[in-house]
Design a protein around this ligand. Structure first.
Ligand code: AKG
Ligand code: FE2
Length: 260
């Protein structure tokens, strides 16, 4: 896998629920209210083929509701010393296998219709074939493995690559799927007192255009309610979550899944 050769990987969130010790109770997540109308949302391809965002995917009110709900969850601080080959990250996190929440985040928001190109003016104007190419296959939903991150002052996620995972989406019959893009949903920003914590991507210099100056880092500033999707697996860009300088950064993480 190229990511292994090029640098650190995110530490594994891969253990299937069946191999974890005690099954965790799934949180009684708040309702997704209020949300903007689908017609007010659109995909933005901010870095061609690599990063797509949805500004205002969640409203500031919904983000605030979630931050106060998530604050009561039993978050654990990641160990400061990563396993060999894993990126150093220092944050507090909560991880749960919750297919119902993943399905709600996919279908009860605009995400499904945006990604599948079902919202007029909201998608990237792609043909079906281009859409498959972009997302890496036929997108069927989100990874049930939901991760919540809280970074307080001084915490960060060092440079790494996100690898893909094979997952099974429960149902009858269950669907065998593979993750292709990372989803990060930012709940905080400078507007809520969080400074720093930007997600920074390091595009690789193009092999064909070796005479051109290498591309500089691509910085995504935190924005309340912004959903960010970035390609992962073999074509993942090196990236990091910069140190939080003030306040708290809260993120909900999942991944786009395609049929395998
Ligand atoms: O928190 C961030 O900005 C980045 C998180 C990340 O890279 C990851 O979850 O793999
Ligand atoms: Fe990552």
């Amino acid at each position: 896998m190229p990511p292994k050769k090029r640098g650190k990987n995110e530490s594994s969130a891969k253990a299937p629920a069946s191999t974890q010790s005690a099954p965790q109770q799934r949180p009684d997540w708040p309702a997704f209210q209020p949300l903007l109308a689908e017609s007010d949302l659109s995909l933005q391809e901010v870095l061609p083929n690599q990063i797509v965002t949805v500004p205002n995917f969640w409203t500031a009110t919904l983000c605030r509701t979630f931050v106060s709900f998530l604050s009561a969850l039993p978050l654990t601080t990641t160990p400061g010393k990563p396993k060999r080959g894993d990126a150093l990250r220092v944050n507090d996190r909560f991880q749960i296998d919750d297919p119902a929440f993943a399905e709600r985040l996919w279908s009860a928001t605009a995400l499904k219709n945006l990604v599948l190109g079902a919202i007029e003016g909201g998608d990237l104007g792609l043909t079906d074939a281009q859409r498959r190419e972009l997302w890496g296959g036929e997108v069927i939903g989100l990874n049930p493995n939901i991760r919540i991150y809280r970074y307080s002052k001084g915490q960060f996620f060092d440079q790494h690559y996100d690898d893909f995972n094979n997952v099974n989406i429960p149902g009858s019959p269950p669907i065998h799927a593979r993750t292709t893009w990372t989803l990060l949903l930012y709940l905080t920003s400078p507007a809520t007192g969080c400074l720093g914590g930007e997600t920074v991507f390091y595009p690789e210099p193009s092999k064909k255009k070796s005479k051109e100056a290498p591309p500089g880092p691509f910085v995504v500033d935190l924005e309340v309610g912004l959903a960010l999707l970035h390609r992962h697996g073999a074509d993942c860009m090196l990236h990091e979550g910069r140190e939080v300088l003030e306040g708290e950064k809260w993120v909900i993480r999942s991944d786009l899944c395609v049929k395998r």
